[in-house]
Design a protein around this ligand. Structure first.
Ligand code: BGC
Length: 473
């Protein structure tokens, strides 16, 4: 899990013992930021599922409009992620994060006070932009400022907090569902949004960005504050200097180098695969799925909260196993579990759920699908996407795959209800089950094993023209 090592410019835990305390403080600080950014991502993803039912009731909207309310946010996130590269380069990482956090608070409030669907949609676009900007800039900032020793832990923290955010949103939705107050469901996430805003306002600018802009004095002063040691500052400044000799040349490299096009293509495919597992169908529409299984509103909400909890817990499986078993076997097992889980859900819904036992069994199989995702494609796709890109094209490559994550997310979110209404729940889940089965072949044919392999080695193999599945070991 060393992908953050990739984006270079980070603060290394260099020489002196005297700096340890400061570096520890920085570590805690940056971990909290990672946690909050992940939490925002998750809250934003999760919050809408519980509100849809009540929005439909209050405004008598059809399923197409509900699909737009869901997926307009992810479309906004795709645009936000695209623009974030430019913003974080010109405004700096810190101001970009402040912009993202402000949009997050404003978007939540706009949704909460919305008198009609049009305003909800505007609020959802703002939330999308916020989350697109933050989901690009926060990891970039973290990569530049975090001490090497905690980088791996931070990737896990980030993904884990996404799932915790989704879970908390589901729980809060459940609590508000008793009164049917969807305004509160959508508004309450402004509170962690304000915390995030305060957090990013207190951040120092990234020393690496300051150096990129030739603001060397300011970079030094930030580093002094972070490390408190003159020798360490000189050491890090030297490192950043060296790294800046390898400027990002993403677009040129993409046009000129077919091997780089292969790694960018693989990153894009990995994110498409992650989204077309169907995970977000459950994240957005779980209550509706439980309604289809024959459950009443309260049960729908509680089961949705359980889905969120299982998603959090199963992420620990990935964290525990990823550096021991490797990415590829875990991905294969994950897709097998997902294909079986959804295949059984589809079969059960085809036969009809006539008894409480049949209903419960189907819920369990849906939860097994969630376990399959959370232990594999959820965290591993993000890790792989940063590990496979060569240094000079890393920002570009990760930008392309992050954009694809949101764009594909939007397609999945928008098409689910039309599929459900058009061909029914059973066939819809069958399609996703079949796709997961296909992804087993995709993993075997194209995904490299990157466990314990240095990023330089992966880059060397890629540029030598080795088949993608062999650019790792
Ligand atoms: C995905 C999200 C998904 C989440 C679920 C992330 O890795 O990118 O689309 O909602 O996992 O936990």
């Amino acid at each position: 899990m060393d992908s953050y090592a990739a984006t270079s410019g980070n603060i290394s835990t260099a020489p002196q013992d005297t700096t340890t305390v400061r570096i520890k403080t920085t570590a805690i600080f940056t971990c909290i930021l990672a946690a909050l950014a992940g939490l925002m991502f998750g809250l934003d993803m999760g919050v809408i599922s519980g509100a849809l039912h009540f929005i439909k009731r209050d405004f008598a909207v059809d399923d197409t409009t509900l699909g737009v309310i869901v997926s307009i946010m992810t479309a906004g996130a795709a645009i936000g992620a695209l623009g974030a590269g430019f913003l974080s380069n010109s405004l700096g990482r810190r101001l970009t994060l402040i912009l993202g956090a402000s949009l997050f608070v404003a978007g939540s409030l706009v949704c909460s006070f919305a008198p009609g669907v049009g305003v909800i949609i505007i609020g959802r676009i703002m939330l999308g932009l916020a989350i697109g900007i933050s989901s690009f800039t926060a990891p970039l900032y973290l990569a530049e400022i975090a001490p090497e020793s905690i980088r791996g832990a931070m990737i896990s923290t980030y993904q884990l907090m996404i799932t915790i955010g989704i879970f908390l949103a589901f729980v809060s939705d459940t609590a508000f569902s008793y009164s049917g107050r969807w305004h509160w469901m959508l508004g309450v996430i402004a509170i962690p949004g304000v915390l995030f805003l305060l957090g990013v306002t207190a951040l120092p600018e990234s020393p690496r960005w300051l150096m990129m802009k030739s603001r060397h004095k300011e970079a030094e002063s930030v580093l002094h504050k972070l490390t408190g040691n003159h020798e360490t500052v000189t050491h890090i400044i030297g490192e950043i200097h060296d790294q800046l000799k390898t400027p990002q040349r993403g677009w040129h490299m993409f046009m000129e180098n077919p091997n780089f096009r292969r790694s960018v293509g693989l990153g894009i495919l990995l994110q498409i695969v992650q989204q077309f597992t169907g995970m977000n169908v459950v994240m957005y529409y779980a209550p509706r799925i439980f309604q289809n299984m024959g459950y009443a509103t309260t049960a729908q909400m509680w089961f949705t909260a359980i889905v969120g909890l299982v998603n959090v817990l199963a992420t620990f499986i990935a964290i525990a196993l990823v550096d021991r078993l490797g990415r590829k076997p875990i991905l294969v097992v994950g897709f097998v579990v997902m294909a079986i889980g959804l295949g059984v859900v589809s079969t059960m819904m085809h036969m009809g759920l006539h008894t409480p036992g049949q209903q419960r069994f189907t819920v369990v199989m849906l939860l097994i699908f969630i376990v399959g995702f959370a232990m594999s494609a959820g965290p591993l796709v993000w890790a792989l996407c940063s590990e496979i890109q060569p240094l000079k094209g890393r920002d570009f490559g990760i930008g392309c795959s992050t954009f694809t994550n949101w764009a594909a997310n939007s397609v999945v979110g928008f098409t689910f209800l039309p599929l459900l209404n058009g061909i029914g729940a059973s066939k819809t889940f069958l399609i996703y089950a079949a796709l997961n089965a296909l992804f087993i072949l995709f993993t075997l044919a194209l995904v490299p094993e990157t466990k314990g392999i240095s990023l330089e080695h992966i880059e060397h193999n890629l540029m030598e023209g080795r088949p993608l599945r062999r650019i790792g070991r």
